[in-house]
Ligand binder design. Structure first.
Ligand SMILES: [Zn+2]
Ligand SMILES: [Zn+2]
Length: 257
């Protein structure tokens, strides 16, 4: 419904550079020129975190990650038109742009994604109220349509965290510590079942079947991985053994390339 209204009200122009789109392209909202400006993240990279391999020694970026978090990949570098696209998804309420982002994210070869459930990184209650939607859930749902996998809102943000933008890697880790919890009732996915054997779980949790499947965390942007690592830690503590993650954008970190 919202999509239909957006299509009627918005002129057929590129959401990023405002070039008019041809009628045939008017279901899209990003023009070819802008899409071609998105620079793909390419190997060689660290097998685990997907960051370009360090020149010396082992990868430092993922060394402290929880064991359950096995592979993280991002589609494009967060710069120029890709940054504008994330901004549009996040702050301009352009839910339809999630489809454009998901188109490139869907091409990521993530192990086991054909049997996994997609889990969006949740927003805190206050930020969700301000924004009106969770951009990561929009992206997860658009990706799920392409991968034909279910989306499960398995995580909750149990405390509001400061905006990560201006923080150093260490400060980012501290900022998100303990920020996530696994929901005991789950919406948007398979029917929850009993959950015996999971520590701390009440009787009607997400179900053993769900926790035994590989889960793919979905977020709009990867910066240092602190948020994904913390989300994976919460899942690991609930008994999940295999967590993967995909993001549309990846920040360029001068210290970690
Ligand atoms: Zn454009
Ligand atoms: Zn790494």
């Amino acid at each position: 419904m919202r999509e239909a209204i957006e299509q009627l009200l918005l002129p057929a122009e590129c959401a990023l550079c405002h070039t008019l789109l041809s009628f045939a392209r008017s279901r899209r909202i990003v023009c070819d020129v802008c899409r071609h400006r998105w620079r793909a993240v390419r190997p060689p990279w660290c097998d685990r975190c997907g960051q370009p391999e360090p020149r010396f020694g082992p990868c430092r970026l993922c060394a402290a990650w929880p064991a359950a978090l096995r592979a993280v990949r991002s589609a494009v570098w967060l710069e120029g038109a890709a940054r504008d696209a994330v901004h549009a998804l996040k702050y301009r309420g352009l839910a339809r742009i999630a489809d454009e982002l998901a188109d490139v994210a869907a091409a990521i070869a993530l192990p086991a994604h054909d049997t996994a459930c997609l889990v969006p990184i949740p927003l805190g209650r206050q930020r969700l109220r301000e924004r009106g939607y969770n951009q990561s859930e929009h992206l997860a749902r658009a990706l799920a349509r392409r991968w034909h996998r279910p989306v499960v809102n398995l995580l909750a943000r149990v405390r509001e965290t400061a905006t990560q933008t201006a923080l150093t890697p260490d400060a980012r880790l501290a900022n998100v510590a303990g920020a996530f919890a696994v929901r005991t009732t789950v919406s948007g996915g398979p029917t929850p079942g009993p959950r015996p054997g999971v520590p701390g779980a009440p009787g009607h949790g997400p179900g053993v079947g769900l926790l035994e499947r590989p889960l793919v965390l979905v977020d709009d942007v990867f910066t240092t991985g602190a948020t994904l690592a913390e989300a994976a830690r919460a899942l690991e503590q609930a008994g999940v053994r295999s967590v993967l993650a995909v993001t549309f954008g990846r920040a360029i970190l001068p210290d970690f390339t």
